[in-house]
Design a protein around this ligand. Structure first.
Ligand code: UDP
Ligand code: UDP
Length: 460
């Protein structure tokens, strides 16, 4: 189906949320800039968050050679789906509009499409469409290979008659504690779980799974996936990460100049990604912990899951007294920041992170050690990858960020102090950075992975 010049025409269709959109846009930038592909970017309209629509605009103005297509959702009644999460509901709305993709893809004829790359959360809905059109379909998996192995193996766990005890074994990997599994997966009637199972089952029908990880970070898991140990008949799982942050993502905040006056490696950066808002009590304990840690810090605080709904100012969220204490020791922000700029700043020496996979890969890219505090979903599995590779630590008894356990400031402060003074962690983080960069060199494993994807597209 590819054109005569062997330049494939690839359509990319990202899912909802910055954690899914960002890696798709980085992949698009890399395919156009380094691999000379013809690209169409299909964006869902409307988006849940303002950050998503702003990033799409910046991306499209930076890459006028990419064809933009808007995918407009059908009206959707959230009361017909079993979830309150705005991002899961949006994903359901996209899935229910999937049949509208067929005429859109058919209209992309010059040159004819070689393949569609879509997100795992949308896979089962869109693979039906691409198979009717006889169009190759790739999945971009935006989390760790360890999470992919859980996703692929999950239907087998459900089929088994034995109850999961404390841990279970995914073939080819060491036992996985039950406590790492996203809690929502224990509720088989939840919207997330029904989608998760459908997507897991359909993976064998895709032409390949691209994944934002790199060989040396997750070698054992990647081998198990590709050797057919996890699931028989899985298509090639191709590591292409870390997907590298790009120019179009940059936003300058004069407030971050503050970092320039701090000593190298002395500042801890604290952020829980684009969509995690801790409860007020935990936010305040975290503030106390940061002050007690004795470290300088940049803390990005979120009070609402969706950025458009943020309304209270910092003084209201923290209270005046804590706000004063925090301001003396660090920089606290309640806005979108350029995380990659912060992680790449020489003053930053540690990252308190929820371990969203993009955050993990960005920390690896800049060699910043992680204190992992997973809050939901895949984050415990991702945190285990970080711990296993040695550039981070995870406190096991801090619970999920559901307000069930409130971690006290004193304990938080102590853990931050320990992380910031751990020389071994810094050395291992520097090693992770070197490995990540090697994977992205022209003849590195992940760049070779991308070339393989293009060859596969051209053969179709
Ligand atoms: N991010 C950012 N500034 C913010 C919050 C988040 O640049 O203020 C970026 C972060 O660098 C990452 C993405 O948003 O690329 C968040 O994805 P991740 O997988 O880490 O977590 P999620 O938001 O999906 O939980
Ligand atoms: N996931 C999956 N199949 C699905 C939905 C999710 O494998 O149908 C995985 C995927 O790795 C995703 C993770 O579960 O990154 C957590 O999903 P969620 O939407 O909670 O978090 P996000 O990635 O938006 O932070």
């Amino acid at each position: 189906m590819a054109d005569s010049d062997n330049i494939p025409h690839i359509a990319l269709l990202p899912s909802s949320g910055m954690g899914h959109l960002t890696p798709f846009l980085r992949l698009a930038a890399s395919l156009v800039t380094n691999h000379n592909c013809k690209l169409t970017l299909i964006t869902i309209q409307p988006t849940v968050s303002l950050s998503e629509s702003q990033l799409i605009s910046r991306f499209l103005s930076s890459f006028p050679q990419i064809t933009p297509k808007e995918f407009h959702l059908l009206p959707f009644d959230p009361s017909t789906a079993n979830s309150k999460d705005p991002f899961f509901l949006h994903i359901e709305a996209i899935r229910r509009s999937a049949h509208l993709l067929s005429p859109l893809l058919s209209s992309l004829s010059s040159p004819p499409l070689s393949a569609l790359v879509t997100d795992i959360t949308l896979a089962s809905a869109f693979l039906r469409v691409t198979s009717q059109l006889h169009l190759p379909n790739y999945i971009l998996f935006t989390a760790s290979a360890k999470m992919l192995s859980l996703c692929a193996y999950f239907p087998t766990i459900l089929e088994s008659s034995t109850e999961i005890d404390e841990s279970f074994q995914i073939p080819g990997s060491s036992p996985m504690p039950k406590s790492w599994v996203p809690p929502v997966l224990f509720d088989l009637s939840s919207l997330f779980t029904t989608q998760f199972i459908e997507n897991s089952c359909i993976m064998v029908e895709s032409n390949g799974i691209l994944i934002n990880t790199f060989e040396s970070l997750e070698r054992e898991t990647l081998e198990a996936l590709n050797d057919g140990k996890v699931v028989d008949g899985l298509p090639p799982v191709i590591p292409i990460g870390p997907l590298v942050p790009c120019e179009f993502e940059k936003s300058t905040s004069p407030k971050l100049k503050w970092l320039d006056g701090e000593q190298n490696g002395s500042v801890v950066y604290v952020s829980f990604g684009s969509r995690t808002a801790m409860c007020r009590e935990q936010i305040r304990e975290l503030g106390v912990g940061l002050v007690r840690s004795g470290c300088r810090f940049v803390w990005v605080l979120k009070d609402k899951e969706v950025d458009r709904e943020e309304e209270e100012n910092l003084e209201v969220v923290l209270g005046n007294e804590l706000m004063e204490g925090v301001k003396e020791k660090g920089l606290v922000l309640k806005e979108w920041v350029d995380q990659v700029e912060i992680l790449g700043h020489p003053s930053v020496g540690g990252f308190v992170s929820h371990c969203g996979w993009n955050s993990v890969t960005e920390a690896a890219w800049h060699g910043v050690p992680i204190l992992a505090w997973p809050q939901l979903g895949d984050q415990r599995v991702n945190a285990a990858v970080v711990e296993n590779s040695g550039f981070g630590v995870c406190v096991k008894n801090w619970g999920w960020g559901d307000g069930g356990v409130i971690v006290k400031g004193e304990e938080i402060g102590e853990m931050i102090r320990e992380m910031m003074s751990d020389e071994g962690l810094r050395l291992r983080a520097a090693h992770a950075r070197d490995e990540a960069r090697k994977a992205k060199e022209v003849d590195g494993s992940s760049e070779k992975g991308l070339s393989r994807v293009i060859e596969l597209c051209n053969k179709m």
